[in-house]
Design a protein around this ligand. Structure first.
Ligand code: 8YV
Length: 330
């Protein structure tokens, strides 16, 4: 008998078929977003799950399903998984790093540019039929080329954004991170390490790429926004919760910073309603990794991980991108 697995959300049908070669698959082509109770129930009898960021795997879910052996996220971020709870119960977790780095960096840069140059705000003006004449200060924004790009969180995606800024747009790149990068990596993306205070003070365009954790919760709130230049922009492609959205909406309304670009939100897909009332924010529905090629690569990698984690395929027992393999061994 094949082991049973759950595919928690709709994904590419041919990739579900790859899983069917090894597993008895319960998929979700209707793309229902399960409540916790439904998730617990759907996981009954399953040894593995192909998961997305929309389901939370915590001690309660794991304890209700002690047969579960692997949680394989189709996402690089894994704040939806309580990794310590998984490790304590011998559940292997995997994510999808690398395959989305450049696509997500492209998007982060695009969102930062759209924010700095007021692209959606001006499009809305045009669509409302308000464009009657040219004027010298109509939708004037801040330059991107030659400006100071500040990056909070300098992992792979942060480094990709730094390279785009430094090499493509002649930006001065400064970053703050838990730890300083090795000199060769810093040199490769022409980035200088600074304190968080200096980052907030000096950045013309601040891009947030730090993973969400208890430590990064509200890393940008009212006190941090108050330290930024009034002409600065803030772009968040990391996770809702890293930025205090209520404080940001207020800072935007009071023009304490110039503009923001947000792809992620606290409590998404719900939005803080105040964000919808301010014009100087570009809002996108968590699409930074959304190209067909990258979403396919992410889904294939999550499938490779699940297949290997449950002991099948060429990498049986050695999923390519584990999160907690070391903790499980120890
Ligand atoms: C995913 C993401 O689309 O990879 C991540 O961490 O935020 C996105 O690329 C999303 O999490 C769905 O799983």
């Amino acid at each position: 008998m094949k082991p049973a697995v759950l595919v928690s959300r709709a994904v590419f049908p041919d990739i579900v078929d790859r899983l069917r070669a090894h597993f008895d698959v319960e998929d979700n082509p209707q793309d229902r977003v399960f409540t916790k109770a439904e998730l617990i129930q759907r996981l009954a009898g399953k040894q593995g799950v192909f998961a997305t960021g929309s389901e939370r795997f915590d001690a309660e879910v794991l304890d209700a399903n002690p047969q579960l052996k692997a949680v394989c996220n189709m996402a690089v971020g894994y704040n939806n998984i309580d990794v310590d709870a998984c490790s304590a119960r011998g559940v292997l977790c995997t994510n999808t790093p690398d395959v989305l780095t450049e696509t997500t960096a492209d998007f982060g840069f695009a969102l930062m540019m759209a924010t700095a140059r007021r692209i959606t705000e001006s499009e809305h003006f045009l669509r409302r039929g308000e464009w009657k004449k040219w004027s010298y200060d109509m939708f004037t924004g801040g330059d991107v080329h030659g400006a100071t790009l500040g990056i909070l969180g300098m992992g792979r995606i942060g480094q990709g954004i730094a390279r785009r800024g430094a090499l493509g747009f002649g930006m001065k790149v400064i970053y703050h991170n838990r730890s300083r990068l090795a000199p060769d990596i810093e040199a490769g993306c022409r980035a200088s390490y600074v304190s968080k205070e200096a980052l907030l003070r000096d950045a013309d365009h601040l891009v947030i790429v730090v993973p969400y954790s208890a430590a990064s919760h509200h890393a940008i709130g009212a006190p941090e926004l108050a330290q930024m230049k009034r002409s600065a922009t803030l772009t968040n492609i990391a996770r809702g919760g890293v930025v205090d959205d209520a404080a940001l909406a207020q800072a935007l309304a009071e023009r304490r910073i110039a503009a923001a670009g947000l792809d992620v939100f606290e409590g998404e897909p719900a939005l803080n309603p105040a964000l919808l009332t301010v014009p100087n924010v570009v809002l996108t529905p968590h699409i930074a990794s959304a190209t067909i090629a990258t979403r396919r690569a992410m889904a294939n990698l999550a499938a490779d991980n699940l297949i290997a984690a449950l002991g099948f395929g060429p990498q049986a027992g050695h999923p390519p991108t584990p999160i907690n393999a070391a903790a499980l061994k120890g």
